[in-house]
Design a protein around this ligand. Structure first.
Ligand code: C2E
Ligand code: MG
Ligand code: MG
Ligand code: MG
Length: 272
């Protein structure tokens, strides 16, 4: 990106953030033992009149570089916590997962900020899981204190996109994660490719040996869903279950999913 383009986009993003023109979509994560909705992952969307639909892979790094990531996180928590109460009023009880940039974790008081948001919105911290990815410039190492503070407050921590990028066994060994999210790169061809399948199985067993749950992301087909269930994976997420949904679409999806699970995915799993 040239500097002028980046500055234009940055200005547009900042205006969208200030004027509440970003929005969140939510992707369900289901329990592979029961089919029940466990939580939804909040994913930010920016639809701009000038720039069109800008993907988070473009504006999140921009926000990180220009000091806007904490304002984005705060905005996201306000929006998602409001939505959580609306779902509760509709009888939907589920947890929330948030993607947190490693940059935010450099501030020692970040766990207090998250806890304060929970208090402000009357959301129990146990409802929350923070999904963390490492980047080249922001290693997760040395974050033990900060991450431990989250766990003491009852907030879950997931290591996102595990197996790709910079996430490593060392992080898993040193940091108090509660969930391992297997990157969709491995799920993608796990049905056809014995090597990918072996790696996925090893990651699931590794999570269990460490006493934490395993989540498969990017489950796109019925065959992948069945395989993850057979391999004893705990949680699944992906287009086969649901695309990221507008908040109002969650109740209708849940009805349809419960029928889908009972007809196609219960233990005999004949039709899956
Ligand atoms: P992620 O946390 O790994 O999120 C999963 C991404 O995979 C999402 O893309 C989701 O739409 C996509 N996805 C889910 N299921 C499937 C599937 O079955 N097949 C395929 N092909 N894709 C699937 P999205 O929304 O574009 O987000 C990309 C990344 O941007 C996220 O990766 C996350 O790291 C980051 N991100 C999104 N929202 C936020 C946010 O509010 N804050 C921060 N810091 N990062 C965010
Ligand atoms: Mg994530
Ligand atoms: Mg991920
Ligand atoms: Mg990913």
């Amino acid at each position: 990106m040239t500097e002028t383009v980046e500055l234009g986009l940055l200005d547009g993003f900042e205006r969208a953030l200030i004027n509440d023109r970003l929005h969140l979509v939510y992707q369900p994560k289901i329990c592979l033992k029961t089919g029940k909705l466990v939580r939804v992952e909040a994913l930010v969307r920016w639809d701009d009149p000038e720039f069109g639909q800008v993907p988070p892979s473009r504006f999140v790094p921009l926000a990180e570089r220009h000091g806007l990531i904490d304002p984005l996180t705060r905005w996201g928590m306000d929006a998602a916590f409001h939505q959580w109460h609306r779902w509760r009023a509709d009888g939907i009880d589920c947890g929330l997962a948030f993607n947190i940039s490693a940059i935010s974790l450099k501030a020692l008081d970040f766990p207090d900020l998250v806890e304060a948001k929970c208090e402000e919105h009357l959301v129990p911290p146990g409802m929350l899981v923070l999904e963390l990815t490492e980047s080249a410039t922001q290693p997760l190492a040395n974050l033990l204190d900060t991450l431990t503070r989250f766990r003491i407050k009852g907030i879950g921590l997931a290591i996102d996109d595990f197996g790709t990028g910079y996430s490593s066994l060392m992080q898993l060994r040193q940091l108090p994660f509660s969930e391992l999210k297997i990157d969709r790169f491995f799920i993608n061809d796990a049905v056809e490719n014995a090597d990918s399948r072996a790696i996925v199985k090893a990651m699931i067993d590794l999570a269990h040996a460490l006493g934490i749950s395993a989540t498969a992301e990017g489950v796109e087909t019925s065959a992948q869903l069945r395989l993850m269930s057979e391999m004893d994976c705990d949680i699944a997420q992906g287009y086969r279950i649901a695309r990221p949904l507008e908040p109002d679409a969650l109740p209708e999806w849940l009805d349809a999913w419960q029928r889908d699970w009972e007809q196609n995915c219960t233990p005999s799993r004949q039709a899956l």
